[in-house]
Design a binder for this molecule. Structure first.
Ligand code: AMP
Ligand code: ZN
Length: 432
């Protein structure tokens, strides 16, 4: 195992030792803000109560609403003059959540991000193009600083503007990109529609994350550009990218346990679930001084993967994010996640790069419509072929989700596109 950072090669025992020390100091650090001090005291957890890692479970959870209630600076654990940067979570509903970082926080975040990139073979002579939005979104500056830390020629291309992305990638022979999964397919199609082969770019590696996507979607991205795509997981509350990342094995994402403690809980009871069971990821940061957060309920659903990773790293792995507990929708009494629908759709070569699930009222019940973009070369097929495709997709979806949706085939590039993260679900029920 080639490592960028010694922490990558720590044993389980050593990870636990360091986590215990860092949990102690992080909890003491959080006591510097009134919110956590009161919270901990109210739970009977006075100064110095952490003696072992098991004490983590005694700490109350922190929720998004807690963070909102302390906006903008209620959770600061250092004087504001120590803060050098803030970011916001990209949530579109409710009031914002701001996370503030000291210079040390920014340095350790950049180190974690550089570690992720080095793990999948990015090196200082790579040209790295960051196709993610800059600004409050952490996928911009967060990944940027990691790439510079590694020594790559770093192009802060920003989001969208496919023509410019392609020009930059050609002019500078970009070898590594950071890209949203939904945008990767759009960019590839853009090249194809202008008669170019996306494989002719010099791209060899992509960091792909920030929104849920399936294994089928990943395969499409890899084939389209003839490159490797590695899943990148993070959230603003835990810095942003650099929390969990796939290694060369592409079998789940290692969570950097020298910097975070991950737990998976039953979202209804709050109890930790047995290893391997799906639940809500809860994260505690261990290396932050500006605004450390304890037991944050991410709402992201995943599970710990059992066994050792072939790469040799002992940091535990999580499965790709199944979705957010708040993405789940219920139709005819069945719980469904958009990713189940995506998994079915992406197995059809005729299906293009975008789809949308629309829920509507119908009579006394609800109906589910799936709008699916079809690739240009198939859209010209005769009606019977398209009707057949429509029926087959509906039948496969029914097998997967136990509800028969209405499938509507639409032309490529006809569905609305989000500026940032893709919107896969439109719930129009009870809107009129
Ligand atoms: P934000 O902090 O606003 O950038 O959003 C963080 C959220 O994006 C996470 O809580 C996840 O729901 C989602 N997310 C980030 N990375 C991934 C990924 N690789 N797969 C699935 N969802 C992701
Ligand atoms: Zn690994």
């Amino acid at each position: 195992m080639e490592v960028f950072d010694l922490a990558e090669s720590w044993s389980r025992e050593h990870i636990a030792e360091i986590q215990t020390l860092r949990l102690k100091s992080t909890v003491e650090q959080t006591r510097k803000c009134a919110f956590y001090r009161q919270r901990l005291d109210a739970a009977g957890l006075g100064p110095g109560f952490v003696r072992s890692l098991d004490d983590l479970r005694r700490i109350p959870f922190t929720t998004k609403n807690d963070l909102r209630s302390q906006y903008p600076t209620g959770l600061l654990c250092v004087p504001q003059s120590e803060i050098v940067r803030m970011h916001c979570s990209s949530g579109t509903t409710g009031s914002p959540v701001a996370i503030c970082h000291t210079q040390n926080d920014i340095h350790s975040w950049a180190d974690l991000m550089a570690r992720c990139m080095a793990m999948v073979g990015v090196r200082r002579d790579d040209v790295f193009q960051n196709m993610s939005g800059y600004g409050l979104f952490t996928g911009g500056l967060g990944i940027h600083f990691g790439a510079e830390r590694l020594g790559c020629l770093t192009i802060p291309a920003g989001a969208g503007n496919s023509r410019r992305q392609i020009k930059l990638a050609k002019d500078f022979r970009t070898t590594v990109a950071h890209i949203l999964p939904s945008y990767a397919l759009i960019l590839g199609e853009h090249l194809r529609s202008s008669g170019e082969d996306p494989r002719n770019l010099s791209l060899r590696i992509a960091l792909v994350g920030a929104e849920p996507y399936t294994e089928e979607f990943r395969r499409r991205i890899e084939e389209l550009f003839d490159m490797k795509a590695y899943n990148s997981y993070g959230l603003s509350e835990m810095n942003g990218p650099g929390v969990g990342f796939e290694c060369l094995a592409q079998e789940g994402m290692h969570i950097w346990e020298d910097a975070f403690i991950p737990e998976i809980i039953n979202p209804d009871t709050g109890e930790v679930v047995p290893d391997g069971e799906v639940g809500e990821l809860v994260m505690t940061c261990l290396c932050r001084e500006g605004m450390p957060i304890l037991r944050y309920r991410t709402r992201d659903l995943t599970r710990f993967l059992p066994g050792d990773c072939p790469c040799g790293r002992k940091h535990r792995r999580i499965d790709r994010i199944l979705g957010r507990s708040d993405d789940m929708f219920i139709i005819k009494g069945v719980n469904i996640y958009p990713m189940q629908v995506e998994q079915v759709l992406m197995a059809f070569p005729e299906v293009g790069q975008n789809y949308l699930i629309r829920l509507e009222n119908e009579g006394l019940g609800d109906s589910m419509r799936v709008l699916v973009e079809v690739r240009d070369e198939y859209f010209v097929e005769d009606m019977r072929v398209l009707q057949n495709l429509q029926r087959t997709i509906a039948a496969r979806l029914r097998d997967e989700i136990l509800v028969t949706p209405k499938v509507e085939l639409v032309e490529s590039n006809s569905l609305p596109r989000a500026e940032g993260k893709a919107v896969r679900l439109q719930d129009m029920r009870n809107k009129n």
